[in-house]
Design a protein around this ligand. Structure first.
Ligand SMILES: [Zn+2]
Length: 75
């Protein structure tokens, strides 16, 4: 099974994010991620599911997402 595309960049396949069950958009400024529950983003440390309209978030997606996921998983 190949990773699904980003819902904002439908021509781009998401890539697995580290040793997690999460796939992330390869576009750094995009920040879209996908897990078994659907698309989400990490905004100010919070997992936000569904459509978001936050403009130009400048952050390192992988790092922030991993942090939030670890916080959620309690590891
Ligand atoms: Zn994207």
């Amino acid at each position: 099974m190949s990773p699904p595309p980003c819902d904002r960049h439908k021509n781009l396949q998401m890539v697995p994010l580290g040793q997690t069950f999460v796939n992330a958009c390869p576009v750094p400024s995009c920040g879209r991620c996908l897990d078994e529950q659907g698309y989400f983003e990490v905004i100010e440390g919070q997992l936000v599911r569904g459509e978001t309209t936050a403009p130009n978030r400048l952050f390192s997606t992988g790092e922030k997402v991993l942090k939030a996921i670890r916080a959620r998983a309690g590891v």
